[in-house]
Design a protein around this ligand. Structure first.
Ligand code: ZN
Length: 223
């Protein structure tokens, strides 16, 4: 009975809801850390891309300025047409570089917003993990104390059982010239030679050690 209780306590210790809660808190924390890391990585990539776009843009701007200067000195209309065409092309390229840069900047801003939120959440998740560790520890200690309590009760129970047994044993010894236990052979009590019936023997075999005694002389019987 007490052993069953101990077994249950052990099971409860392993399956404490606080343990599951800590696992969940740690997962939240790890997810948040991963989210921040991937956001920061993407920010770095975007910074690189923006740098490249800027360099590209300034190359194109210089090219455009050069073409526009050339345009002022051109006389032949065919040459002017070709230059005009080139200026259009450069202008279109500059537009697409600008659009690209804008998209990078917008994405970077969005990531900034999520990073601010994630860093705020991180502080909370860290606090939640600490709290979860503390409450698991508390719950574990509580279960351990419960188990110690049962362990002590079992100890006391074993001691009183021992006392009861030895008192009963001594009583039988004093009543039967020093022989408290008798062996049963061929359904006969070795102490008082009482003939036991088959059903009596069957019943006695089912008894606990303490209660398995001869119905006549009350010696403890062994089979
Ligand atoms: Zn007997």
């Amino acid at each position: 009975m007490l052993d069953t209780t101990l077994e249950q306590l052990r099971h409860q210790f392993i399956t404490l809801p606080e343990r599951e809660a800590l696992v969940a808190a740690q997962k939240n924390l790890a997810d948040c850390v991963a989210q921040i890391a991937s956001g920061e990585t993407r920010q770095q990539v975007l910074e690189g891309e923006l740098g490249k776009a800027e360099a590209n843009g300034s190359v194109l701007r210089k090219k455009q300025e050069r073409l526009e200067l050339q345009m002022k000195t051109v006389i032949a209309s065919r040459e002017a047409e070709a230059l005009q065409h080139e200026i259009h092309t450069v202008s279109a390229e500059m537009n697409s570089v600008d659009e690209e840069s804008l998209a990078f900047m917008e994405e970077s801003e969005r990531i900034d917003v999520t990073l601010v939120a994630a860093r705020g959440a991180l502080v909370q998740f860290q606090a939640a993990e600490i709290a979860a560790i503390a409450s698991l520890h508390e719950a574990e200690e509580y279960k351990k104390a419960e188990a110690r309590d049962v362990e002590e009760k079992r100890q006391r129970f074993a001691e009183t059982l021992d006392e009861k047994w030895s008192a009963a044993y001594e009583l039988r010894r004093s009543q039967h010239k020093g022989i408290a236990v008798a062996k049963v052979k061929n359904h006969v009590c070795g102490g008082c030679h009482l003939d036991l019936s088959t059903s009596e023997v069957d019943l006695l075999k089912k008894e606990t050690d303490e209660n398995r005694e001869c119905p006549n002389c009350a010696r403890w019987l062994v089979f």
